[in-house]
Design a protein around this ligand. Sequence first.
Ligand code: XMP
Length: 511
Amino acid sequence: MSGHVLIIDYGSQYTQLIARKVRALGYYAEILPAGLEVEPALAKEPGALILSGGPASVEAPGAPTLDEKLLAANLPTLGVCYGMQLLAKSLGGRLTSSEGGEYGPADLTTAPSPLWRDLPSQKISVWMSHGDRVSQIPEGFVVIGQTADLSIAAMAKPEKNLYGLQFHPEVHHTQGGETILRNFLELAKLTADWRMDSFIQKSILAIQEKTRGARILLGLSGGVDSTVTAAILDRAVGKNLYCVFVDNGLLRHNEAEEVSQYLKKAFPQLNLIVANAGDLFLTNLKGVVDPEKKRQIIGQTFIDVFTEEANKLGPIDFLAQGTLYPDVIESISPFGPSALIKSHHNVGGLPENLQFELIEPLRDLFKDEVRVLGAELGVPHELLWRQPFPGPGLAIRIVGEVTPEALTVVRHCDLIIREELEKSGLAKDIWQAFAVLLPVKSVGVMGDGRTYFKAVAIRAVTSVDAMTADWARLPDTLLARWSSRLINEVAGVNRVLYDISTKPPSTIEWE
Ligand code: XMP
C-alpha cells in the first residue's frame, strides 16, 4: 500500500502539525483544504485519510462537510475532533452541541483497541478542544475511549479501519499521541517510505527535467530556506544557478562576509553575486518612521536591486524561491491567508515585470524537513541553525527613523546580546534574542557626569514555530552581563529594559 496520507483540513490550527507528525513517522502527508475538489488528490491513490479538527460546528449552516467521494474511496480513516464528528454524522451517528465545550487536558480511559497499542497505561492524559460532541455512534462502531465529561471520546470500526478521536493526538500535550498516529498508519498497512534521500533524488531529476540547461536566478538571504534551495539547485544544475545576495546595509555585524564565506566553503562552485546596496536602502528609508511603510520600502528596494542584478546577468528563464509547504497551504486555503499583521517580504519577491518561470524545490517541505535536507546536502550547521532574521533586518528593530548612527548602535547591541547568549550555553533553547533601539531618552550618570542617552529593549523569546512565543525566563547572571556590557560598551545607550510580553498579544519583532 502507498505510504501517502491525505489530510483534509477543516481549519484547525493543528492541521499542519498532523502532517508534520505523519511525515516524521516516515509517511508522505498531503493537506487538502476542505471544500476543494477531491478527485486530483484521490487520483494519487492515498493509502489513508485523516480528517482534521476545525473551529466550526458540524450542524451549523455552511459548515464544511465530508465529500462523499472520500467516503466512497473506502480508505482507512482517522477523524480528529471535528473530523470525528463529521465521520460520525456522515455514517448515521448523532451529535449534540454543548454550551461552553471542553478545552485543555482530560484523562482518557481506553477500552481495548489496536489503536492504543504500546500506550504507557490504560488511562492517558489527552488534549481536548471542542464544543460539540458525538452523542450516538454510527452502526457497527464501538466506543474505545471515555473521559469524565465525555462518554464517547473515541470510537472505532476496526474491520473497516475507521477511527474517531475527540481529542488531538497531534499535540505535544497528548500523552502517547505519536504512538496513536503510528498505530493508525500501521493498521492502515501503509509503507513508511518517505525519506529525505529519495526526496533529493526525485527533486534533482524534476529540476533537471524542468529547466533543461536554462539559467536560474535565486535571491539568497543566508536564511535557512534560501540557502537550502541554493544547495539543492547547486546539486541539480551547478553553473546554471546564479545567486544574488543583497547587502542592504540592514544586516547584523559581519553578516554579508560570514554568509558568503560559509557558502563559498560549502559550495565552491556557486555563482554568488553580492550586491552592495546599503546606501540605496538608507536613502529610500530617510525620514520614514511608520513600520509598515519601512517594510514596503525595503521590499520594493529589494526588488529593484534584484531586478538590476538580473538585467546585468542577461537572459534568465527561471526564478527560484524557497517557498515552504505552510506557505503553499495558506495560499490555497478557502479560509484565506491569516489576517495581515505585518507584511513579510522575503528576498527575491517576484518582480511582476520580469518574465521568469518559478521554481520552488522546497514547496512540499516543512521547516524541520528543510533542515534535515540541508544537512544531507552539506549546508553548514552554522547556517542551518542560525537565529531567524527578518528580511527587513535591523530597520524594524529601530523604533523611529533608520539612520547610520542608529544602525551602528543597534548592530553593536545585537552582537553583544548574541555573544553573551552563546557564552551562557543557552542559545539552543532560545528562538531569538536581539536588541530594539527605542526612541526614548533618559537621564543617567556615568563617571561623575550626567548622561541623556537612549534606552535599549532586549527581546529574547522561546518558540517552536514563531506563531506563538513566550519571553525567555533567563538567569539573572545573563541579564546582568547583557545590561553591563550594553551600557558600558555601546556609545549612546544608558538604560536597558527586558521585554516580558508574550505573542500573542505582542509580536516577536517590535515593528
Ligand atoms: P513576528 O514579529 O510577526 O515575527 O512575531 C515572527 C517571526 O518572523 C520573523 N519576521 C520576518 N521574517 N521577513 C522574514 O523573513 C519579514 O519581513 C519578517 N518579519 C518578522 C521574526 O523575526 C520572527 O522570527
